[in-house]
Design a protein around this ligand. Structure first.
Ligand code: C2E
Ligand code: MG
Ligand code: MG
Length: 761
């Protein structure tokens, strides 16, 4: 059974591993899929952002480039402005203003005086745009206040060349709102989540888009981008990196800053229109990725949900599995107890014994003998002293055997009172010593009665023979020692197997034998002991004439009792006897009482008495011509049933005798409730005729029977001496070889005849 647990566990472990691997694979794949989707979406979003910012940068660059182009073209057209009068210049500039939406243009002389514009003349020699451009550089200014336009403007200035010589500067004013509109960036149509800036290499914010980012990112008052909250949050390393980046002629990159758990990202690109200007777009990552996050959010919820469901399923599976495994192992434990532990003795069952015996013989080099033993008439012990006592006897026997076991030996109670032992031995003397030792150890345990044990010993020759077959051989040997008075043993011999074969053959043939009248009735005369021996009746004893020779009942009756064929046979014998009695009646013989043996097996049939009665009726034979012999041992099955049956039989008119009285564990006590006519004293008492005590017992039994109104008959009288003894003890009748052997009915009729003659004589 433990093997089963062993088999079950690995299976469930394999299954569990398979579940874990599948779940892990599922979680792995789901996670990979999630990550993949996330990275795909991220890169798509990033591409989208790059696309937008790239296009926007190009656009802004183009815008500024156009302005510079325009200014340069203007400067070109004014290379000889010194030769023109101021009205002409004024008019020319006014015309361009209308076309390009500039607020104003001015031509500035190298000394800083504005010679043509629509506002009041002024000197701008200290303005940065002038100082830079007069040096030959184009310039784009931070927003400054224009006195003439009374608004904040960006000034764009370029030098005016006349050949190689710088002869002045031309400046154009753009209202700051012009650029703020253009550099602005609103991501996904939302405001205040992104903005664009044009910043110069020193970090000054030249143009700021109109979508103002929160103050904690970049405030409108911030003069330098490097001082902005955004850059501060990005860190000093980033500030220095970007400072260096901005000083390059061409740069492009990203800056990230985490502000209050909100990530802001800036993309910067140096404008090709003017390499100290950089277009910077700053946006709130969550705004840009909001759809992605939304999408991923629902994905994650789904993912978490599925993982949750799987975890719940796996947990449920594990709990059920654990419960199942527990109840399985409990069941296995109980089963293995049932299978391996004998409930009465607490020692091995046959299954366990079989396993151990096989194991021992496989491993050991010792010689082994297989011993089968049982307790004679154990059923009687059970019936007379109760089942508890019976069980106690089995337990004491098992414990004693256990104490007498040596290393590499085993034993078990096989069934009822039958035990098997596997003993190691050196030589035959060894075995008999062990058996004798066990017999005396068991006797030592009992005081009230000593169980009589029969041992059958099979010396194992072939260790590969099945345990069952070894058991059969030992059983065969054991059966040959049955019904002795003391515990004894027999070794198995090859011839014993023939007995088993013979038993099988008997079973196969019995029905045919009955149908073809192979069973016949022998009669053994019974004689009265009072006065000269007088024929009083006979006992019907079955004989099987099989293949020309007579088989004694001892060979087949025990088999028929086991397979219940005895029921048919007994009715057949009664039938034959009735026929004989009927015949005698017709011959005027009516004083011979014939006893018929009825097996104890009948007592289980509630219609038994009716059936007997019917047989007699069918031959018109009165039951009082018949005596029914029931063995003493029938009392062990159920005393109550026996009493009922005996009373019923008596009521129908049958005579009744208790057969084999004294052969078992029965007592005189049982007789007082049984209304029997005759007590048949078993011949075991006669085997000890010289034993004074045995004689006293017979005398006592006879007296007791008489006191109860019963007659006594002693069976098995073989000598005159025995006959004399019984007569002297007051026994009423005798039956035995000394008087006559069982004989065919025809022979018996001659005995009747001669007895009549001698009676008459
Ligand atoms: P039982 O009923 O006790 O029958 C007496 C047995 O003792 C007979 O054995 C008989 O042959 C034998 N016997 C008689 N006188 C002597 C003697 O002086 N010395 C010795 N050693 N034996 C003697 P048998 O015929 O072999 O029958 C054996 C048992 O088989 C019977 O014992 C009875 O229990 C049973 N039996 C016989 N015929 C029938 C039957 O028709 N039905 C049933 N149910 N049992 C039967
Ligand atoms: Mg008998
Ligand atoms: Mg008898």
């Amino acid at each position: 059974m433990n093997k089963n647990i062993g088999k079950n566990l690995p299976k469930s472990v394999v299954f569990t591993i398979a579940i874990i691997v599948s779940v892990a694979a599922f979680v792995g794949i789901a996670t990979f899929f999630m990550m993949h989707v996330y990275s795909q979406l991220t890169s798509v979003t990033e591409e989208y952002v790059e696309d937008i910012t790239g296009k926007k940068t190009v656009y802004v660059n183009d815008l500024i480039q156009q302005d510079f182009n325009l200014m340069e073209k203007l400067a070109d057209s004014l290379n000889d402005y010194q030769k023109k009068d101021s009205d002409y210049l004024h008019e020319a500039l006014e015309r361009i203003i209308d076309i390009n939406g500039f607020l104003n243009f001015a031509v500035i002389k190298p000394d800083g005086t504005i010679i043509s514009h629509h506002g009041p003349s002024a000197n701008v020699s200290n303005r940065e745009y002038f100082t830079v451009s007069i040096q030959g550089e184009k310039f784009f200014s931070v927003p400054i206040y224009s006195n003439s336009d009374q608004t904040m403007v960006n000034v764009i200035s370029v030098p005016i060349y006349n050949g190689e010589e710088i002869v002045g500067v031309v400046s154009g004013l753009r209202s700051v709102t012009y650029y703020t509109d253009e550099v602005n960036l609103a991501v996904r149509g939302k405001v205040n989540n992104a903005n664009g800036y044009i910043i110069n290499s020193s970090g000054e914010i030249i143009i700021s888009g109109e979508d103002v980012l929160p103050d904690n990112v970049i405030s409108p008052d911030t003069d330098s981008f490097f001082d902005s909250a955004f850059m501060t949050a990005a860190g000093s390393k980033e500030i220095s990196r970007i400072t260096a980046e901005f000083s390059k002629k061409e740069s492009h990159g990203t800056i990230k800053a985490n502000i209050n758990n909100n990530v802001y990202i800036a993309h910067y690109t140096t404008l090709s229109a003017k390499d100290d200007l950089h277009y910077v777009i700053i946006y709130d990552e969550s705004a840009v990725f909001s759809d992605l996050f939304g999408y991923m959010g629902s994905n994650i919820i789904m993912y978490v949900f599925f993982i949750g469901v799987i975890i719940v399923m796996v947990l449920a599976y594990f709990f059920t599995m654990r419960k199942n495994i527990r109840s399985l192992s409990n069941a296995n434990e109980i089963m293995s107890k049932i299978a391996y532990e004998d409930r009465i003795t607490g020692y091995n069952t046959y299954s366990k014994f079989e396993e151990e015996a096989n194991e021992l013989m496989k491993r050991g080099y010792a010689r082994y003998c297989f011993v089968s033993f049982d307790i004679d008439k154990f059923k009687t012990i059970n019936d007379m002293f109760g089942h508890e006592e019976g069980n106690r006897v089995l337990k004491v026997v098992a414990e004693t055997i256990n104490r007498n076991m040596q290393d590499r030996e085993t034993f078990a109670r096989v069934n009822s009172d039958n035990f098997f032992m596997l003993l190691a031995y050196q030589d035959e003397a060894d075995i008999t010593d062990r058996i004798k030792k066990i017999i005396s150890a068991i006797s030592y345990e009992f005081t009230d009665f000593v169980p009589v044990l029969s041992f059958g010993i099979y010396k194992v020759i072939d260790k590969n023979m099945s345990i069952m077959r070894m058991g059969d051989c030992a059983d065969v040997a054991r059966r040959t020692v049955k019904y002795t008075e003391e515990s004894s043993y027999a070794f198995y011999t090859a011839g014993m197997m023939d007995i088993i074969r013979e038993e099988k053959a008997i079973e196969n043939e019995m029905q045919d034998a009955l149908d073809s009248n192979e069973f016949s009735v022998y009669l053994q005369p019974k004689f009265s002991l009072s006065g000269p021996a007088r024929l009083t009746g006979a006992e019907a004893l079955v004989r099987w004439v099989r293949k020309g020779s007579i088989v004694p009942p001892g060979m087949f009756i025990p088999i028929f009792e086991k397979n219940r064929f005895i029921i048919k046979l007994d009715y057949y014998i009664l039938d034959q006897v009735c026929m004989r009695i009927k015949k005698w009646e017709s011959e005027g013989i009516s004083d011979i009482l014939v006893s018929v043996n009825m097996s104890r097996v009948h007592l289980r049939d509630p219609e038994f008495v009716d059936k007997l009665h019917n047989i007699c009726r069918s031959h018109a034979v009165s039951p009082n011509m018949i005596e029914i012999e029931i063995t003493e041992s029938a009392a062990y099955d159920s005393m109550d049933v026996l009493i009922d049956v005996v009373r019923d039989l008596k009521a129908r008119g049958f005579h009744i005798s208790i057969d084999d009285f004294g052969s078992g564990y029965s007592s005189l006590n049982m007789l007082k409730d049984l209304p029997v006519d005759v007590l048949k004293i078993d011949r075991v008492f006669l085997t000890e005729t010289n034993n004074k005590r045995a004689n006293e017992i017979i005398g006592h039994v006879i007296k007791m029977a008489r006191a109860l109104g019963m007659e006594t008959i002693c069976e098995g009288i073989e000598t005159d001496e025995q006959a004399q003894l019984l007569r002297s003890l007051g026994c009423d009748m005798a039956q035995g070889f000394f008087f006559a052997r069982p004989m065919p009915c025809d022979d018996f009729e001659r005995v009747i005849e001669s007895s009549r003659k001698s009676g008459k004589a």
